[in-house]
Structure formats: structure tokens, C-alpha cells
Design a protein around this ligand. Structure first.
Ligand SMILES: [Zn+2]
Ligand SMILES: [Zn+2]
Length: 462
């Protein structure tokens, strides 16, 4: 990626593999102040703060299929803008697929003439039966509630925007849609189901039900929604329709404060409002940096480190078939796949369950230590590392989903049974704590600590 020269106002368009053009805004220097009495500029032309490095930039009008990237840390500031029709169509398709998936059988296992069928959500009930209530809650949240809530909220907001007078409270719905983003894990479950299917085929005759195809189609649909939906477009549309926290006319007054502007964590509005006050667009609390970021990240990280040991030492499940078998650890599962010749699955489980947590823990430690040492070395790379840590976090859930699928369907009493074990709770704890740690960490603090904070212009109004 080329970096554009700062003083130039030229644009640097580089083709990307996806075919979309990337646009590097070449004007990191603060834009000219806008008097508070003037009407607020069009949403797309407002300055915004890069959430990777804290630089404040004003984006030019973007052509279609062009995304704007930060010249300091390469973060995407605004994705390619399309219409809101595609996300709406995909959202409705997702709801139909969700209904099919939840209402039909997922897997059927035939062991010596005895048949047992499970649904996608049966694992959550099986966890409760075996006394693993937190695991049940986690599966319900990530597989049942969060995906459904996100689809309903998205479709509701996009349909609401088509009304002549969209409901004023739509911004609440879209804020929750954004907040639930890292907790909807249908794609991860799909990989977990694939690993489980391979294990089950060793044990008995497996029949795949309609819900299995439903999960695959739903996962693809949700990935497509993430790809085509640019949240900033929805925020702009909500603002145009007056469906914001400030309402249709409260907007410019709400921004006409004297305080330095604060970038909203949720909708990225650069609002000139005091810290702790609600964002005039989405009503999320405004904080110049995530509150107590370093202390909270350390606390969550240390808790995850403590749990990481039992998660790998203790078994995650107990498999007994025809009186043989016993406890299985995560690494034991990887080794088993390797011996049986399923090396792609061994690789998936090893990467997701062993490498990803280690990379996340190590990456966060590196970033936190960098802040304490006020290091200015490789700031751009460390910001990229943060984005990677944030993106890969959810994939460690594969093993928790594998356990949930297996315990749901392998229940044949003395013939064969699979039960969850305490290691699964510890492992799920590591996954949840590292996701929370990554979201508590504020990468802008690395730039602040190195003495390179973003150029915020006093008097600059959002
Ligand atoms: Zn940046
Ligand atoms: Zn906001």
C-alpha cells in the first residue's frame, strides 16, 4: 500500500484483489474550522477520527466501490458505498434461512439400529442437563440469540428507513446491531459442525438434516451481509431522516460545544460534546479513549492466562463407546485427527483452539507493554496486529461448538455417550475473556503513548 504525501490533496488509488479501489486520503492535517453557526456539513464530508491511530481526517467524496484508508495505520475509514437494498435483501434471506435452520433436524445418528436426532440448538439443552449452565448460555447467545437479533435489527432498521417518517428510535436498533457484531458466530459453528461430523462418522452412521444445509447457507448469507453493509451509510441515512438521538433539529446545537471533538466508539461521529455525554447520533456514551482501557485489558488478559492452563490440561469432553474411551483434551483431539489422516481438520482445530488464543494473549501483552514503555517502534504494525487479534478472536469458539454438537447427538447410554468436561468451561472462559480484552483495548493509546496522537483541531466541529 502506498502512502500519499501529506501536503498533497491528490488521491492515491491502488487496485486491491477484491477489485475495489482503495483511496488514501492525503490530507491528514486538520481541516479548517467550521463555525458552529453554520449548518452541519453533509455526513459523508465530515471529519472523522481513525479508530486505529486517532488521526483526524476529512474524507473527500468517494466514488462507488472505493474505500478510504488511514494514511498512518492503514485502517479502513469508510468502506465502499453501495445501496442499502443488498443488505436488506440478504437480511430477509437470512431470516428465512434462520427459521428453516432452527425448525428442522440437524444431524441423525444411527448406532446399531438406535436412532437419535438433534437440532442446532440441542447442544445448549444438553449442556444444561449436564450442569454446564454458562456453556449453555454462551451457545444460546452466539448461535441462537445474537444472529437472530442482528438480522431482525438490520431488517427492521432498513425497512424503517423506507417509510415516509421513519421511527425516531431506529438509532437504538442500529446501535445494538453494531454492538452484537462480535457475538454472532454462525460461521464459526459451521466449522465446528464440520469437525463434529468427521468425528461422528468414525462412530456410527450419520445422516445430515436440512438444518445442516441451512447453517451453511445462513453462514454464507451473514458473511455476505458483513461484506456489503457499510454501517456509515446507515448512520448517514438515519441522520438524513432525523432518526438520531438529537432528532431532526437538535443536531447542530448539540455539536456546538467548546470541548475538543470526541469520536463516538459506535457510530464514529466526531462530536464536539463533553466526555461522558451521549453521542448526538447513536446515544452511546462519548469517551476520548475507551475508559480505563489499559487496566481493564490487563485484568481480562490475566484472567484469560490463568484459565488457559486448565483449559489445556483438563479434558473438554469424555467419550465412551462400547465401554472404551475416556477423557479428551484439546491437544488430544488434534493428535487423534492427525493419526486418523484428517490433517486439514487437525490443522483447523490446532489453529483455532491452540494458536489463536496464544496469538491473542501474546499480541495483547506486546501492545500493552508497548504502551507502558511509550514505544514508538512499529506503531503501524502493532495497530495491524490489534486488528488481527480483534478479527480472529471468535474463531476459537470452534471447539466449544464441537462439544455442543457431540453431546447433543451421542447419547446412547452404555453403548456410546459423550459428555462435556470441566476443560470446556475453562476454554470457553479463555475465548470470552480474550474477546472482551480485545474490545477493551484502545489501539489509539499506543500512538498517544509514543507521543504521536492524532491531529485534533480545536474548534473543529463535527
Ligand atoms: Zn489510522
Ligand atoms: Zn455515536
Amino acid at each position: 500500500m502506498q502512502r500519499a504525501a501529506r501536503p498533497s490533496r491528490g488521491l492515491d488509488r491502488t487496485p486491491t484483489p477484491a477489485g475495489a479501489r482503495r483511496l488514501m486520503p492525503a490530507f491528514a492535517a486538520a481541516p479548517a474550522p467550521v463555525p458552529a453557526t453554520l449548518p452541519a456539513p453533509a455526513p459523508a464530508r465530515r471529519p472523522l477520527e481513525c479508530d486505529g491511530c486517532g488521526e483526524v481526517l476529512r474524507l473527500p467524496a468517494l466514488a462507488r466501490r472505493t474505500e478510504a484508508c488511514c494514511p498512518r495505520c492503514d485502517a479502513v475509514l469508510r468502506g465502499p458505498s453501495g445501496s442499502l437494498d443488498a443488505p436488506l435483501a440478504l437480511g430477509i434471506a437470512g431470516l428465512v434461512l434462520y427459521a428453516i435452520t432452527m425448525a428442522s433436524p440437524f444431524l441423525s445418528l444411527n448406532l446399531l439400529g438406535r436412532l437419535r436426532t438433534s437440532g442446532v440448538e440441542t447442544g445448549a439443552a444438553a449442556f444444561i442437563e449436564q450442569g454446564f449452565v454458562p456453556l449453555s448460555a454462551l451457545v444460546v447467545l452466539t448461535l441462537v440469540l445474537a444472529p437472530l437479533a442482528r438480522l431482525l435489527l438490520l431488517v427492521g432498521v432498513l425497512l424503517g428507513l423506507r417509510l415516509r417518517h421513519p421511527p425516531r428510535g431506529l438509532f437504538h436498533a442500529f446501535r445494538w446491531h453494531e454492538r452484537l457484531g462480535s457475538w454472532a458466530m454462525v460461521e464459526v459453528f459451521l466449522f465446528g459442525a464440520l469437525v463434529s461430523y468427521t468425528r461422528l462418522r468414525d462412530l456410527a452412521e450419520v445422516e445430515v438434516g436440512p438444518a445442516a444445509y441451512g447453517v451453511a447457507a445462513l453462514a454464507l448469507t451473514l458473511v455476505a451481509v458483513r461484506a456489503v453493509l457499510e454501517p456509515q451509510l446507515v448512520w448517514d441515512a438515519l441522520e438524513r431522516h432525523g432518526a438520531t438521538a438529537a432528532g431532526r433539529y437538535g443536531w447542530p446545537e448539540a455539536e456546538a460545544g467548546r470541548a475538543p471533538p470526541i469520536s463516538c466508539d459506535c457510530c464514529r461521529l466526531l462530536a464536539a460534546a463533553p466526555a461522558g455525554s451521549p453521542c448526538p447520533r447513536c446515544a452511546a456514551r462519548l469517551h476520548p479513549r475507551k475508559p480505563n482501557s489499559v487496566a481493564r485489558t490487563w485484568a481480562l488478559l490475566l484472567a484469560a492466562l490463568v484459565l488457559y492452563v486448565p483449559a489445556n490440561i483438563y479434558p473438554v469432553m469424555v467419550i465412551v463407546t462400547f465401554g472404551r474411551g475416556g477423557p479428551h483434551t484439546i491437544l488430544g483431539g488434534v493428535a487423534e485427527f492427525l493419526y486418523s489422516g484428517f490433517w486439514p481438520l487437525a490443522l483447523i482445530v490446532f489453529l483455532a483452539s491452540v494458536m489463536v488464543p496464544v496469538l491473542k494473549l501474546a499480541g495483547l501483552v506486546v501492545m500493552l507493554v508497548g504502551i507502558h514503555r511509550r514505544s514508538a517502534a512499529r506503531l503501524r504494525d502493532r495497530t495491524r496486529l490489534y486488528r488481527a487479534v480483534e478479527a480472529i478472536g471468535r474463531w476459537s469458539m470452534i471447539d466449544v461448538f464441537v462439544v455442543s454438537v457431540l453431546i447433543a447427538v451421542v447419547r446412547f447410554g452404555n453403548l456410546a455417550s459423550i459428555d462435556a468436561a470441566v476443560g470446556a468451561t475453562c476454554f470457553a472462559g479463555v475465548v470470552v475473556l480474550t474477546i472482551l480484552a480485545a474490545s477493551a483495548f484502545d489501539p489509539r493509546l499506543m500512538w498517544d503513548a509514543a507521543g504521536r496522537p492524532g491531529s485534533t483541531a480545536p474548534g473543529e466541529q463535527a
